[in-house]
Design a protein around this ligand. Structure first.
Ligand code: ZN
Length: 198
């Protein structure tokens, strides 16, 4: 537990939120954040994140640097199984809940703020979830696909919105991708379901 590193990351996330209108329009910044002591959980992605933290935009550089500094202190998770995504994916992917209703490092009942990292050249298969979602690319770039929309390559500082239960997928390129992911609406704690059928 390193409270100062968490607060630095939260402040950097808030600064990105304040600078990017699509994030401010998506959800109010939670006003009920309460820090929780949670044991860190390491995953194999950490050395990949340190080795390839990827390219930022001026707006996202402080958040990337704060998240890299925090990476030994957070409860990294895998929601998926090797059967769903493969061993290489699990070796170079992970996410943690910076803020959320049940298992966030900060507790909030109004929004869920997560961070995820994927190494280079990974395909995140089609999946969907009831909560609405917006991704901010903090570092790196990736090709985002969403049902009914043309694929888009997003770079640092750009955002992608997903409707409730809109299937989506993502493929990283020659560098890793670090993303800040905001959820709103129903079922903030429900994990995504794999597959393209909503
Ligand atoms: Zn999603």
């Amino acid at each position: 537990m390193n409270r100062a590193a968490f607060d630095t990351a939260l402040d950097a996330a808030r600064a990105c939120y304040d600078a990017i209108p699509a994030l401010k329009a998506f959800v109010d910044w939670p006003d009920d954040l309460t820090f929780q002591r949670r044991a860190p959980h390491s995953l194999p992605l950490i050395p990949h994140l340190r080795a390839d933290p990827a390219t930022t935009s001026p707006v996202t550089t402080p958040l990337r640097d704060a998240l890299v500094a925090l990476c030994d202190h957070v409860e990294w998770r895998h929601t998926y199984t090797e059967a769903e995504v493969g061993a290489d994916f699990l070796n170079r992917y992970g996410w943690f809940e910076l803020a959320g209703p049940e298992t966030g490092h900060y507790r909030s009942q109004t929004a869920r703020l997560s961070v995820a990292y994927w190494g280079a050249g990974l395909h995140y298969p089609w999946h969907h979830h009831a909560a609405e979602e917006i991704y901010l690319v903090v570092a790196g770039e990736a090709r985002f696909e969403a049902e009914g929309e043309a694929p888009r390559t997003l770079r640092a500082g750009e955002t992608q919105f997903h409707r409730s239960n809109q299937p989506h997928a993502m493929t990283t390129g020659t560098s890793g991708l670090l993303a800040f992911v905001l959820w709103r609406g129903e079922a903030l704690s429900a994990p995504p379901k794999m597959g393209r059928a909503a």
